[in-house]
Design a protein around this ligand. Sequence first.
Ligand SMILES: Nc1ncnc2c1ncn2[C@@H]1O[C@H](COP(=O)(O)OP(=O)(O)OP(=O)(O)O)[C@@H](O)[C@H]1O
Ligand SMILES: [Mg+2]
Length: 247
Amino acid sequence: MLETKNLTIRFGGHVAVDGVSCAFQPGTLTAIVGPNGAGKTTYFNLISGQLPASSGEVWLDGENLSDQPAPVRTRRGLGRAFQLTQLFAHLSVLENVRLAVQARHRKGLKLLSVWLSHRELIAEARTILERVRLASRADDLAASLPHGDQRKLEVAMLIALDPKVYLFDEPTAGMSVDEVPVVLDLIRALKAEKRHTLLLVEHKMDVVRELADRIIVLHQGRLVADGDPATVIASPIVQEAYLGVAA
Ligand SMILES: Nc1ncnc2c1ncn2[C@@H]1O[C@H](COP(=O)(O)OP(=O)(O)OP(=O)(O)O)[C@@H](O)[C@H]1O
Ligand SMILES: [Mg+2]
């Protein structure tokens, strides 16, 4: 189980995430919604360790990770979103995924023979690329991918790490209409496996309604609503704070 306790970060005088206490169970998908600037991405960065909290704690499966740097949290199972800046831009798409697969196997200290291991790693990376419909791009340089394919590569890298917790921050943003279903199908498939803790920041309410078991609402850094999708979407605070503009 992932849990944040009073998680807080201040930027100067501005409290971007303000005392957020929340627990997330494996096998569930929680959507995190809230207006622009509500603190959703910052909350993810505090969980993954990409930003240091001003105060509060992050726990995973009974272990306090609050003082651990991002790479340690990744090894413990907190999947963070990769950005193109964190990829090897001048390696191929396949090589990037292969390195992520390799990082996971190292974690498990699997001592395979070098050749067998290399062949297996490549095979696994190819399988993942097929899952995200990037197989045809396997030999392209990561840096050369169009935006939608970059986002798919990010998801591929995450899957390669096989994290316990997936943090999806607007995974379909900027994607073309035909690419969106590919990513949503992947999230659906992960959800169906019932073993991951899935957190999804998503502005599209139809997607949230369909995928989420639970919705939490952030507003000005604070957790202002938490419950099943129908109840939360219907609640006055969401209608006003979030959907008010669109309604
Ligand atoms: N590194 C930073 N330094 C200073 N302020 C920051 C930093 N990162 C985020 N903020 C501020 O924290 C607040 C929350 O930003 P955040 O990006 O988490 O919002 P969000 O909910 O993800 O919004 P969006 O829906 O637009 O992605 C904003 O006011 C933002 O300007
Ligand atoms: Mg954001």
